[in-house]
Design a protein around this ligand. Sequence first.
Ligand SMILES: C[S@@+](CC[C@H](N)C(=O)[O-])C[C@H]1O[C@@H](n2cnc3c(N)ncnc32)[C@H](O)[C@@H]1O
Length: 300
Amino acid sequence: MSDIKIHTPVMLREVLDNLNLKPGDTIVDATLGTAGHSLAILERILPGGGLIGIDRDGASLAVARERLGVFESACKLIHGNFVDIDMLLGNLGVKSVDGILFDLGISSFQLFDASRGFSFQGDGPLDMRMDKDSYISAYDLVNNLNEEELSTLLWNFGEERWHNRIARLIVQEREKEPITTTLQLADIVTRSIPSRYRHRHYRIHPATRTFQAVRIAVNRELEILETAVNKAIVILEKKARICFISFHSLEDRVIKFAFRKAQEQGLINIITPKPLTSSAAEVEANPASRSSKLRVAERV
Ligand SMILES: C[S@@+](CC[C@H](N)C(=O)[O-])C[C@H]1O[C@@H](n2cnc3c(N)ncnc32)[C@H](O)[C@@H]1O
């Protein structure tokens, strides 16, 4: 485990406080990652409790299994997509649980491994699949969608202001040679943007929104989210809590509206009318937490 990057769990204290954990609870970590949240959850639910960890990324699961070490006998780790949470728990004979955490997006473990193709900070293949068994990669989308489809994708999943210009240059460049690497794509995006907007004093790298949009499309992250929220809510025991951490407004909006609808149907009470955000101290210690939003609801 020496040269891999372990993810720092975001809003850990807020998650632990809001899940109302006690010894004996059965908790689902639907986005296990490298088990940062899960390790802390286990300390509060043992003795007697159990953790069910789900991740669609086999490499993350392997690291999590190793980190969980002595706790492993209290854990069931599943390689799967959280949109199938009902079926995955059903396979274990579990009908209801005492709390569920979703910490959306990707982890530093995935982001900083250049071979996964999630980042424009290092060169790697244009991949971005969280689950290596899925068929469509970033390469497939970037090299095969037509200009209009690319432009729509960049707007819908990245709210990228320069979506038309970026889509146009991608299509022009790939006529010369396929776009195969992260740095090739980042360079095309940077060149698409008017020069006065490329400068360092802008808060984020010009390719940030494009990479977010392509990643969301590759992994169908937004399509599955509402279904996952609805399925997870009905698995909760009475008074059990569900926590969602999201990192961009598109995800947060889906959760906000799904929670509202479930509350109107009398299924949950929303505990956080406004989402909680990371403290200034956390953002300073872990800048990756700067855009996190935590929404919590309790089963009626
Ligand atoms: C932000 S990380 C979670 C980090 C974790 N809380 C920790 O402390 O290490 C998100 C994780 O969720 C996984 N993931 C994202 N979407 C998923 C999905 N639909 N089903 C299962 N896992 C998913 C990713 O592979 C990634 O490992």
